[in-house]
Design a binder for this molecule. Sequence first.
Ligand code: BGC
Length: 517
Amino acid sequence: MAGGGGLAKSDGDKNYPGNMTVFVFLACLVASSGGLIFGYDIGISGGVTSMDPFLIRFFPSVHAKEQEVVDTNQYCKFDSVLLTLFTSSLYLAALVASLFASVITRKLGRRATMLGGGVVFLVGAILNGFAMNIAMLIIGRILLGIGVGFSNQAVPLYLSEMAPAKMRGMLNISFQLMITVGILAANLINYFTAKISGGWGWRISLGLAAVPAVIMAGGSLFLPDTPNSLVARGKEEEARAMLRRIRGTHDIGLEYDDLVAASEASRAIENPWKTLLERRYRPQLAMAILIPTLQQLTGINVVMFYAPVLFKTIGFGGTASLMSSVISGGVNMLATFVSIATVDRLGRRKLLLEGGCQMILAQLVLGTLIWIKFGTDGVATISRSYAIGVVFCICVFVSAFAWSWGPLGWLVPSEIFPLEIRSAAQSMVVVCNMAFTFIIAQIFLMMLCRLKFGLFYFFGACELLMTAFVYFFLPETKGIPIEEMDRIWATHWYWKRFVEGNGGRRKVQLTSSSNAV
Ligand code: BGC
């Protein structure tokens, strides 16, 4: 049947010798700190924009509207283009930066890209912490965005290239784990800084972004580059030594030859962007666009960015709102471990299908709870037990995302691109992710004001579509060596029509080179 037919068989996998080494583990741990800077950004702005002193200083009109008597329409009280621009400008900057970052990851390597990203991010954090006016605030956000664009381009590739195939899922998800740690840290920091009397707590919240930046920039000074990237840049001897080191064995001939073959195919390509548009790469192009886009259409960032605002909307007090977002942040982090523990055993598809169904259910119940209380005019006060029900539904939704589309939205793209288009395709992933993060951040408050409770049904419908997409179109990638991923398309009921006749090209190279060992 269609969906099942997409599964690539894992028997016949080439098992390269070698194991998971402490060296790889540490390198991946340091690299995944790139997730911290992304997560910190996601988690910090919602809380800051719900702090009165911050609003009074930078967005006085929004603050005045928020103070109006309770019978104003709750759905619309935070609807301000300027306020959402504060949150979303970062993602626009990240989008543009990732286009440049693709050239840097290819020419200078993954490590240099992370280092550059960390430094720019640090400057942005300092500017934001000391912001005296809106301009400083927005310029700071743009620099943070550039840092995020660089790191999201380089880190997932770095992790997938360093990891042995058997543990690639687990190691790659350390990036997502760090994102969730960053979000939770930001939520907690906001909870405490909001209480600082004197009204300058927001400066600490924004300025502390410097900490993950220093970790990432400092860490990447000590990181080795991936063997794939070293081979691609002509540093063959270094690459061979690195492969021996990270696999903990001298028996690396098979894997090394496959890397060289992939690199030769990659060198023959002049313009990776143009190549990506060729028909034979249609499956990869479709995934590079759809996976990040659909990840954002789950509506996750409505919760991540605006949880405090959302909770205030349904009548929670200031501290209660921040506390509830700490709870959803904690659930987000803990649930990521489920994915880490199961992704290389259960595979990617099972997690995505289960997570998708759970998210649909949660959105339906959430929308209905809000409909019953707030109706269409948005006026209500809710009881404590009702509020607990709402927070519970949000947690059910967040946990499903955290073991499915959250980590896999980064993992799957980073493992399916052949080396010759890998940097360009990854940058397409970051561009689409950031574009839709920007769009959702920018229009959410407006959509809430117009669609009201229907907004949750809208996201539920998106989740239904994406679950069907996984079922029919996403082949399983578990356990397949990254430079051998081509074959999942050749055996897929739909995608095979694009690769037939071309699929054999690299396969022949790979087989002949491995025979030589
Ligand atoms: C997504 C972010 C999201 C985060 C939540 C990431 O995978 O790309 O947009 O905020 O997960 O944990």
